[in-house]
Design a protein around this ligand. Structure first.
Ligand SMILES: C[S@@+](CC[C@H](N)C(=O)[O-])C[C@H]1O[C@@H](n2cnc3c(N)ncnc32)[C@H](O)[C@@H]1O
Length: 228
């Protein structure tokens, strides 16, 4: 995917990457940081905080904003997180510098964790802290194979269905459903009707909850045990 990327500022002061040809952003223009916290931390990770050991898959590592926020929360709540992050088109060092996400992080430890997440080699496990291990996979979701019953949470943070409909297909949702453990959760910012219908067809129990500022709803999709 060779497509122009530029850095823009969002309404909460945090920056994001904008794709002018698609008129699409990596995060909400209403606020990158507040969206990441609301969708993936408050409506994703928080549901599992009692569990201590949590296995997460992120679809679309991008800037690693979700990853560093999750890493920080793992330290704060003394969780043990194994974070698998899929990315087909990694961001460049120049883009990371321009985004300046380190300015959003309150301490030197978090800043160094953020650098280490980006420096971690692809396709191997890296312990970023005693609470957070990352395994970055440079590949397209469409060709990735996952073990069954592997993840507690999937942060589904692909570009929207308007521009990358192929990543929001029934086939992809069936693959992600199989990769989740029973009572696992796929969480996404998107609340489009067709996406919710396809998630249901793939076997998920779908719940709509209020979205981050500027967005009425977002989606939580659970894998529940089959009732016999
Ligand atoms: C909405 S952005 C994700 C933002 C990211 N979570 C963050 O915190 O910056 C979508 C990401 O999916 C990646 N992507 C696009 N097509 C993909 C594919 N086929 N498989 C895996 N990742 C893909 C993009 O390169 C981009 O980084």
């Amino acid at each position: 995917m060779i497509i122009k990327r530029e850095i823009i500022e969002t309404s909460d002061g945090s920056k994001t990457i904008h794709l002018p040809e698609w008129n699409e952003n990596y995060h909400s223009h209403h606020g990158a940081l507040q969206e990441a916290k609301h969708v993936f931390l408050k409506n994703g990770l928080a549901d599992y905080a009692q569990q201590k050991k949590i296995n997460i898959l992120e679809v679309g590592l991008g800037t690693a904003l979700n990853a560093i926020l999750t890493c920080q929360e793992a330290t704060r709540a003394n969780l043990e997180i194994q974070y698998t992050a899929l990315e087909a088109y990694p961001v460049s060092e120049d883009e990371l510098l321009a985004l300046n996400y380190e300015s959003l992080l309150d301490d030197e430890v978090a800043k160094s964790h953020y650098q280490n997440i980006h420096a971690a080699e692809w396709n191997e496990n890296h312990m970023i802290s005693k609470n957070f291990t990352i395994h970055k996979i440079q590949a397209k979701l469409e060709v990735c194979k996952f073990e069954e019953n592997q993840f507690d949470i999937i942060y589904f943070d692909a570009f929207g269905p308007r521009v990358q409909g192929e990543l929001w297909s029934l086939e992809i949702f069936q693959k992600l459903f199989a990769a989740l453990k029973i009572n696992g959760l796929l969480v996404t910012y998107c609340a489009k009707g067709q996406v919710k219908r396809d998630l249901k067809s793939a076997g998920f129990v779908v719940e709509c909850v209020p979205g981050p500022p500027g967005k009425r709803e977002m989606t939580k999709a659970f894998k529940r045990a089959v009732q016999v």
